[in-house]
Design a protein. Structure first.
Length: 354
């Protein structure tokens, strides 16, 4: 039998709903499909979908995620960004009433040759590579792809979508170039449109579209550079806590942790907390990364171990068994990510998997 996990991950659904309302204030005239791929960024895909009952639909990356939502009772429209890779998957898209994003011409080949025993209907999105260079039909393929899709009798409502490469930097020159490319390729099409992720929503890069796709902002992390979640009135949805399991009295000049990377500048108390990279805490977090011991702000010292970290207890009132917040209401996950040379997405997903 597996032992109880020492790390506590709490999900604040009221904060999630608050963040959803922030999205609505930015996009009054657009429908909203929250992005809940990767287990809702580690927050629990079904729990998050159920809590976002005001959403108009949802978006995931893979078919298996969409099926889990349907089998969990979610009936709203679901878009699958990666679409399908095998013709055998088409029956599941039909059965579960899922909308694939078509990003490769060979996927259109599959749709044209598909045969079904029963009446089939499907809504879909044509994804266009306007400069991201990841998934999407190439600009010269858009017109041909659209015309072919329109001729498939069981394909019903169709939309067009793209994804920004640099929306987190609103002034980046590629943003306007991508917008211009998208409009040039799609303005003559009678199609629904979806362009904006969280960063583009906040920066209002593309104001008039039928659907928006908020992701990270729903979970309380800032999607744009040089603006904090607090400044954007986004609330932390995930809180990660562990316990203070030891308090050591360390003399001036002694080192703490692997590699002797941190030396005590004075006689001091050092706390040991039962969380490490094996639990999803970032291994590359550096000395100075903020933590909160029993509600008091302090810092990580030395290297992160597999199942523990050391924290500075100077000027902190603490006892073994005290709760230590690694990120959440007191410690923004963005600050921890910055100190670790990564992004909040990775931290949230990592703890959710651990």
């Amino acid at each position: 039998m597996a032992s109880k996990r020492a790390v506590k991950v709490s999900i604040d659904l009221a904060a999630l709903q608050h963040n959803f309302q922030q999205v609505k204030e930015y996009v009054v005239d657009s429908k909203i499909m929250p992005v809940i791929k990767a287990n809702a960024y580690g927050h629990g895909i079904l729990k998050i979908a159920e809590a976002l009952n005001q959403a108009d639909g949802f978006a995931v990356a893979q078919l298996v995620e969409a099926i889990a939502l349907r089998e969990g009772g979610i009936s709203k429209p679901i878009t699958v960004f990666q679409g399908f890779t095998h013709s055998s998957e088409l029956n599941q898209f039909i059965e579960y009433k899922l909308s694939p994003a078509i990003s490769q011409v060979w996927q259109i080949d599959m749709l044209e040759s598909a045969e079904f025993e029963h009446i089939a209907e499907m809504d879909l999105w044509l994804k266009i590579n306007t400069g991201m260079g990841r998934l999407g039909v190439q600009p010269e393929e858009v017109e041909m792809s659209w015309q072919r899709l329109q001729k498939i009798p069981w394909v019903k409502q169709m939309g067009v979508m793209m994804h920004f490469a640099n929306a987190d930097e609103p002034s980046h020159s590629s943003n306007q170039q991508q917008i211009d490319n998208f409009l040039q390729l799609t303005n003559h099409l009678n199609a629904l449109s979806s362009v904006s992720n969280s960063a583009a929503i906040i920066s209002q890069l593309f104001k008039h579209q039928d659907w928006v796709r908020p992701g990270i902002m729903l979970y309380g992390s800032s999607p744009v550079l040089n603006k904090t979640a607090q400044e954007l009135d986004l609330q932390a949805v995930m809180s990660v806590e562990a316990e203070l399991i030891a308090i050591n009295q360390i003399s001036k000049g002694q080192t703490v942790g692997y590699g002797d990377t941190w030396t005590c500048p004075q006689d001091m108390s050092v706390g040991i907390v039962n969380i490490g990279y094996g639990d999803g805490y970032p291994r590359h977090a550096v000395t100075g990364t903020p933590v909160a011991v029993n509600g008091q702000l302090t810092q990580l010292i030395g290297r992160v171990s597999m199942d523990s970290i050391a924290v500075d207890l100077r000027n902190v009132s603490a006892s073994c068994g005290d709760s230590v917040e690694l990120w959440g209401k007191l410690i923004p996950v963005d600050d921890v990510a910055l100190s670790s040379g990564t992004i909040s997405y990775e931290l949230l997903c990592g703890v959710g998997r651990a």
